[in-house]
Design a protein around this ligand. Structure first.
Ligand code: MG
Length: 248
């Protein structure tokens, strides 16, 4: 499947991120849609905090376990530290329940840290007049207030109308996000030459779904971590963070 792309986007990481800024400045109807978890924000400090609290209460030796930003959830870090889940399933279950009760809450979002360059990059896009949206599988009831607080705290340009969370936790993350993009930016109203849409996302399932139904949309894959369910199978621009050097 061919994805129509501005040729400038096929250049290096530095050129790719810069090129989107250039295009946004040239085309006033440019749209950028950002995922939050593992795209704009490194969520490993959130999981680290939860693990530390569990260790404090129940199992002090877990304090030495380090969560990396490339880890998905808890299990990978514990396996790296030598824990075998088939030998202690009760530990896994109690830790998993402890994590779930905290990870998806307003309070713990405050431990997240933006990836390198994320805040100035989104700010600069906003300053070009680019339409910025934040689209997340977080749900309104458990994480709506904290999500807005944390975006403001770090200086991301944000208004309530540009923040989109799942109306209910029971909804499927992947279908929610793809449906939202497809309905919000119909091709006839957002032709790529006049109103290009850029979708920044870490999760291959979301990337593949959107890339298959809307090959006109430019997808920027944050190569951070993901659910390990799929590999990306549509054209993307792959970056590891939002940092790039300015030309002097
Ligand atoms: Mg994500």
């Amino acid at each position: 499947m061919n994805q129509p792309q501005d040729p400038r986007l096929k250049q290096s990481l530095k050129q790719s991120l810069k090129s989107i800024l250039t295009i946004a400045a040239e085309k006033p109807r440019t749209v950028c849609v950002f995922d939050l978890d593992s795209t704009l924000f490194n969520v490993s400090p959130r999981t680290q905090q939860i693990l530390n609290e569990f260790a404090e209460l129940h199992k002090p030796e877990l304090k030495k376990v380090e969560i990396l930003h490339t880890d998905w959830g808890l299990k990978e870090s514990l396996v790296r530290a030598g824990y075998k889940f088939d030998e202690s399933p009760e530990l896994h279950h109690s830790l998993r329940d402890f994590w779930v009760d905290r990870f998806f809450t307003n309070e713990y979002l405050h431990f997240d840290i933006p990836y390198r360059g994320a805040v100035p990059y989104v700010q600069r896009l906003f300053e070009t007049g680019c339409e910025i949206h934040y689209l997340t599988g977080r749900d309104v009831a458990r994480m709506g207030i904290g999500t807005m607080e944390v975006l403001k705290k770090w200086g991301f340009p944000i208004e309530a109308k540009n923040l989109h969370l799942k109306p209910h936790r029971s909804m499927d993350d992947h279908q929610f996000k793809v449906d939202w993009v497809v309905e919000r930016f119909p091709l006839d109203k957002y032709p790529p030459d006049l109103a290009p849409v850029y979708f920044f996302e870490n999760e291959p399932v979301n990337i593949n779904l959107l890339g298959q139904v809307r090959p006109d949309i430019h997808i920027v894959q944050l190569d951070t971590t993901h659910s390990r369910q799929q590999e990306v199978n549509v054209p993307v621009l792959k970056v590891s963070n939002f940092y790039y050097e300015e030309d002097n």
